[in-house]
Design a binder for this molecule. Structure first.
Ligand code: UDX
Ligand code: UDX
Length: 476
């Protein structure tokens, strides 16, 4: 029983942290993470541990194992050849063209990885889908492998979706709610499941390791993300009702969250969920339901995405409305560009959409984020889906290293990410440096609104009507 050498194809947000923790917890197993991208691998190998992704505690884990039983390399073939178990952890973006455009997951990287494994592998291998995939993708991988298998080789395909959230990847990996391993219902399938379970059992209690058939495992990952996204869309839908009635969404969330059947997590109203998974996976589920001729089910889940789009649009409209229905040439600061705190990841971040809507109105955007690289923000905003003309981004967007500089001379600031440091800023100083009336739009309900109002800010947030004496607070 057991696995001696693991290879992981894809050194991204999932593959990198997952394999670092496996190496840390299984010192007798050699773990090699391979990737096509030389710059990513160089960053994982950088002498000063300037890793390509920011995750709390990740650096410590990598420092303990790198060069001992944890290796990062671009030699994909060697990694595959030497391993007994191979994780496929490449990205599965939403298709941008062709059949299923805008909804279906693009599996070209998964297929390329499967073909490469078939071409170079000899002997028995366990191939594990770590990437989130549409249901029955394991079947495609198995067929590609079987059709190209060299004599003497044998493959077992498992589904082992990853449930970590960015920003808490290491603690989620160290203390998972469960580990899910789907496999073929056969003697060889069960043996492969047991081998992978052996790896996790180094630190995960046995009763938290769930073994299912392959399709249940694949669908469970989509279902988990769809349920989580649905909760956010549900509370965001309530936030609109709160703003229109005078109820406070935080009070409503607390009141309903104390019901143990509902639970209190994931009820934080916001300017919409972002991240690489929720939108992609819900769209993937919608596409699957349509393909299965279940249009009512597809429409049900599509509404989760529609509500998220509505929430972003609604918040941007509120900003424009408050700024006297015109933001053309007005400077507006965006605080936070990452899709959540404690990560430098910007994929599908709501900040991108708020900036897009404001740019469409000709606003000048001044952005500060403590972790996101400047070039990353420009590249997100220059995407053809966000801005038709990259020159317009150059003209309208400025990026700052100092938050106080980003806020100087602005009409308004917008909190898009819930970074802790935003709570500790000197808002009196900020108020003095802004144009009046000075507006604070808190898309994360992060700041002390009463204090801001006392200073003179006009404050708007999500899920709560702004109550003020008179039209605007008295300027200090
Ligand atoms: C994740 C998950 O793996 C997936 O389940 C989820 O649905 C979306 O994203 P993530 O780790 O966040 O992937 O993606 P990313 O950070 O883009 O990493 C993927 C890596 O795979 C990249 O470093 C890329 O260079 C590499 N890659 C991609 C290869 O090595 N080979 C390929 O053929 C394609
Ligand atoms: C998510 C899932 O949580 C994880 O299990 C899965 O493996 C990948 O997708 P991630 O996208 O990294 O993880 O972060 P998550 O914490 O789920 O946040 C996603 C988005 O929802 C963020 O933009 C976050 O700010 C937002 N969110 C989350 C809310 O708006 N309100 C909430 O109550 C919770």
């Amino acid at each position: 029983m057991g696995v001696e050498r693991i290879c992981c194809i894809g050194a991204g947000y999932v593959g990198g942290p997952t394999c670092s923790v496996i190496a840390h917890k299984c010192p007798e197993v050699t773990v090699t993470v391979v990737d096509l991208s030389q710059s990513r691998i160089d960053a994982w190998n950088s002498p000063d541990f300037k890793l390509p992704i920011y995750e709390p505690s990740l650096k410590d884990v990598v420092m303990q194992c790198r060069g001992k039983n944890l290796f990062f390399s671009t030699d994909i073939d060697k990694g595959i050849r030497e391993a007994d178990l191979i994780f496929i952890s490449v990205n599965t973006p939403t298709k941008t063209f062709g059949l299923g455009k805008g909804r279906a997951a693009d599996l070209k990287y998964i297929e390329a990885a499967a073909r490469r494994i078939a071409n170079v592998a000899g002997g028995d291998k366990i191939v594990v889908e770590k990437s989130t995939v549409p249901v029955r993708a394991a079947e495609s991988i198995q067929r590609i492998l079987s059709a190209n298998t060299k004599p003497g080789s044998n493959f077992q395909v498992l589904s082992n979706p990853e449930f970590l959230a960015e920003g808490s990847a290491v603690s989620d990996l160290l203390k998972p709610d469960r580990v899910l391993i789907g496999g073929e219902d056969s003697r060889y399938g069960h043996k492969a499941q047991d081998d992978l379970a052996w790896v996790y059992q180094h630190w995960v209690p046995k009763d938290k390791i769930i073994k299912t058939n392959t399709w249940s495992s694949e669908l469970s990952k989509l279902a988990a993300n769809a349920f989580l996204a649905q909760r956010i869309s549900s509370i965001n839908a309530m936030s609109a009702v709160c703003e229109a009635t005078g109820a406070d969404v935080a009070e409503v969330a607390h009141a309903i969250g104390t019901d143990s059947r509902i639970g209190n997590k994931f009820l934080q109203a916001s300017l919409g969920f972002g991240g690489s998974c929720f939108q992609k996976d819900v769209l993937n589920l919608v596409y699957l339901c349509e393909a299965l001729n279940l249009p009512e089910v597809a429409a049900y889940w599509q509404q989760v995405i529609d509500m998220n789009d509505f929430q972003r649009r609604r918040f941007a409209n509120k900003i424009i409305g408050c700024l006297f229905n015109t933001v053309t040439d007005k400077k507006i600061a965006i605080l936070g560009f990452a899709f959540k705190k404690d990560t430098g990841d910007t994929r599908e971040s709501s900040a991108i959409y708020i900036a897009k809507y404001l740019m469409e109105e000709g606003a000048r955007i001044q952005i500060y984020d403590p972790q996101v690289e400047h070039q990353q923000m420009i590249s997100e905003l220059s995407d053809p889906n966000i801005s038709e003309n990259p020159d317009r981004v150059k003209k309208l967007v400025s990026i700052f290293d100092d938050p106080y500089e980003a806020l100087k001379g602005t009409h308004a600031f917008v909190i898009c990410t819930e970074w802790d440091e935003f709570k500790d800023y000197d808002y009196q100083r900020i108020y003095s440096s802004m144009l009046k009336p000075a507006f604070a739009f808190d898309g994360r309900r992060l700041l002390n609104h009463n204090k801001l109002m006392e200073m003179g800010f006009h404050v708007e947030t999500v899920g709560k009507k702004t109550v003020m004496n008179g039209m605007f607070p008295i300027a200090s």
